[in-house]
Design a protein around this ligand. Structure first.
Ligand SMILES: *Cc1c(COP(=O)(O)O)cnc(C)c1O
Length: 410
């Protein structure tokens, strides 16, 4: 027997034994343009799993912009932006982004993963140091690994620990502090004003990933840095178009010099084809809606506060705040999987998030809110969640604040 791939089989068996196996499942919208309900393997499910916070992914206005653009410009950019892929629509988008974000310039990337990898690997290298929150997104971690800089992880949002590391490792040529603005699996916000303070005090650069706060926070959806009035003091702000925008792609923004530097140094930009013009046209339309329709931000916030309040009232433990990411920590992987399966049997899609996406022992169900979920739908979902939690004894195991519990693992 040819056992050339036996090692893969072994690894997969070990993964499955820990209830950690991942599989792909085909998903369809339950009806045209409908994002709040999806069909998974023939079953209609209420969608509490997407990052489509403002309900824009199914917006007919964006679809129309895309249709017009695809007829006019075709399906692909056909080259790297630095060759002949720099379609005029790019310039329009980057100009509008820079204005919206109150910075000199913005630069569009294929997606958030690439934007993070691009920025970090361009800004630091051997002999430099990156100070990164322990719960930062995987794309930030991968960017640090690729950069070959020293990687110092500080305890989640722990400014004392970060300051200690900055003092202890002050000898490096360049220092970069990097954080998610809103953490993707917990929904809590980073102490951005304190981070700016440490940036100034220790002569470090600060990079903030607004993947989950762009479109959702700030007066006109600019993000959390803007809401706090510190957007001019962050060296690199990253945001995606794949979450609240409901499209695809990402951007970095900052000073003129930063963007000129990235254009010459960011390998994921230089060595990869530009986004199709149809995607850029869709983003432009989504940006207009985000700027004009404040009711979406208001509604997603209200839904988030209400849903959290309901879970708490019934004795379940979730993170604080008003972000649309609402985790319910259940602890072990198997319970998380069972919880998710039982929800699905009752017509609700909310995925189990397991290690290595989150620390071991903190497997959770991650509910995400949309502006376009109705109160009636959410109320029904809460009822189902409570019943399952009681059935699985989750209310009793989650008596400790999950965040405090997790700090014990650091
Ligand atoms: C989703 C996410 C990314 C990656 O963005 P994509 O556009 O999906 O590649 C980066 N950072 C954080 C914090 C994210 O949640």
């Amino acid at each position: 027997m040819d056992n050339r791939y036996g090692w893969m089989e072994e690894e997969l068996t070990a993964i499955a034994a820990q209830s950690l196996e991942r599989r792909l499942r085909p998903v369809e919208p339950a009806e045209q343009h409908l994002q709040e309900w999806i069909t998974v393997e023939g079953k209609r499910l209420f969608n509490l799993s997407s990052n489509n916070y403002l309900g824009l992914a199914g917006d007919p206005r964006i679809a129309e912009s895309a249709e017009r653009a695809v007829r006019q410009w075709g399906s692909g950019a056909a080259a790297s932006r630095l060759v002949v892929g720099n379609h005029a629509l790019y310039e329009q988008l980057e100009h509008r982004l820079a204005q919206w974000k109150g910075r000199d310039q913005a630069l569009v990337f294929a997606n958030g993963y690439m934007a993070n990898v691009a920025a970090i690997s361009a800004l630091v290298g051997r002999g430099d140091a990156v100070f990164s929150d322990r719960l930062n997104h995987a794309s930030i971690v991968d960017g640090i690994v690729l950069s070959r800089a020293e990687h110092y992880r500080y305890r989640h949002s722990d400014m004392e620990h970060l300051e200690h590391l900055l003092q202890k490792h002050g000898e490096h040529r360049r220092k970069l502090i990097v954080t998610d603005a809103v953490f993707s699996m917990d929904g809590d916000a980073a102490p951005l004003s304190d981070l700016v303070h440490l940036r100034n005090r220790y002569g470090a650069m600060l990079m903030v990933d607004e993947a989950h706060s762009g479109g959702v926070r700030g007066q006109n959806g600019e993000g959390l840095c803007h809401e706090l009035g510190i957007h001019q003091q962050v060296d690199v702000i990253m945001g995606t178009f794949s979450k609240a925008f409901g499209v695809y792609g990402a951007y970095l923004c900052g000073d003129d010099i930063l963007i000129r530097y990235l254009l010459n140094k960011a390998r994921p930009l230089i060595y990869s084809t530009g986004l199709p013009p149809v995607v850029i046209a869709s983003i432009l339309q989504a940006l207009t809606i985000i700027q004009e329709e404040g009711w979406r931000r208001k509604q997603v916030k209200e839904n988030s506060l209400w849903f959290r309040g309901q879970l708490r009232q019934r004795g379940l433990v979730t993170s604080d705040g008003d972000s649309p990411i609402i985790p319910l920590t259940v602890g072990d992987n198997e319970t998380a999987m069972r919880f998710s399966r039982l929800l699905e049997e009752r017509g609700i899609s909310a995925v189990a998030i397991r290690p290595p996406t989150v620390p071991a022992g903190t497997a959770r169900i991650r509910f995400s809110m949309m502006a376009t979920h109705t109160r009636e739908e959410l109320g029904w979902a809460v009822g189902e969640i409570i019943e399952i939690a009681n059935e699985l004894g989750v209310d009793r195991c989650a008596t400790d604040d999950p965040l405090v519990e997790r700090m014990g693992h650091v």
